[in-house]
Design a protein around this ligand. Structure first.
Ligand SMILES: Cc1cc2nc3c(=O)[nH]c(=O)nc-3n(C[C@H](O)[C@H](O)[C@H](O)COP(=O)(O)O)c2cc1C
Length: 225
């Protein structure tokens, strides 16, 4: 059982990567082989709309046809039994590199073919449980009422539709800076953020750990013939 963790934050060792790592720890404790990918470690391109993955006579087997530096990552994602994608909230959306990855991973397995009145599922009956982990400045209330739930929740919904199962965990009011006093950011209370980081963030870590574990069990359960 292979579990791929994707860190869609440019920052290593910060909120998002920490939570993705925790989810992988949970997956490893459930017996899976895990790997973490930092998307910003290399510049990645999004979908180029070549439509090779939709063309008659070309068999891409659900893989993006572009052979560039994202190819090894896309091959790993295509083989993974569980995928966990973490991203900071940037203006109400996942980051640019997270989207670049999602476009090129998901569009080739999005079928425009209909058989017996139903959209063909490229993965057939295979379910690849997915986890989405978001980190953000916003609090839970703003996430739900400020529109983020709609824009960011779309990713979870799309993963669920294409991969068969998805869940999401949000880490709110994260620590954005080590030292708020040297930043032009007096709308935030640095002390309160540090306190929250010490008290709430460990809870978020535990939740992500449990999610990782649960997704591995789901992959076993949901792929039994
Ligand atoms: C370009 C940019 C845009 C951001 N936009 C938002 C936003 O619209 N809403 C929000 O709640 N947080 C926003 N943030 C804050 C980050 O989502 C938050 O600090 C996150 O936890 C950073 O993740 P990291 O620590 O893993 O890098 C933004 C940060 C950046 C750099």
């Amino acid at each position: 059982m292979k579990v791929l963790g994707i860190n869609g934050s440019p920052r290593k060792g910060w909120n998002t990567q920490t939570l993705v790592k925790k989810a992988l720890e949970g997956a490893a404790d459930a017996g899976a082989e895990t790997e973490l990918i930092d998307l910003y470690a290399q510049p990645l391109k999004g979908c180029l709309e070549c439509y090779a993955c939709k063309r008659k006579g070309i068999k891409t087997d659900g893989l993006c046809a572009i052979h560039d530096n994202m190819r090894p990552l896309l091959e790993k994602a295509r083989e993974a039994d569980v995928i966990i994608v973490g991203s900071p909230n940037y203006f109400g959306y996942p980051t640019a590199m997270t989207f670049a990855f999602l476009e090129r991973f998901l569009f080739p397995i999005t079928s425009y073919q209909v058989e017996d009145g139903k959209q063909v599922h490229v993965l057939g009956k295979r379910v690849v449980p997915a986890g989405v982990i978001y980190t953000m400045n916003a609090d839970e209330k703003y996430y739900h009422l400020g529109g983020y739930e709609i824009s960011m929740g779309r990713v979870r919904d799309t993963l669920e539709y294409l991969l068969g199962y998805a869940e999401q965990y949000n880490s709110y009011m994260t620590l954005q800076f080590k030292d708020y006093s040297v930043m032009n950011a007096n709308m935030f209370n640095g002390e309160a953020r540090h306190l929250r980081h010490e008290t709430q963030f460990p809870v978020d870590e535990q939740k992500c750990y449990e999610m990782g574990k649960r997704l591995v069990l789901k992959a076993h359960e949901m792929n039994v013939e």
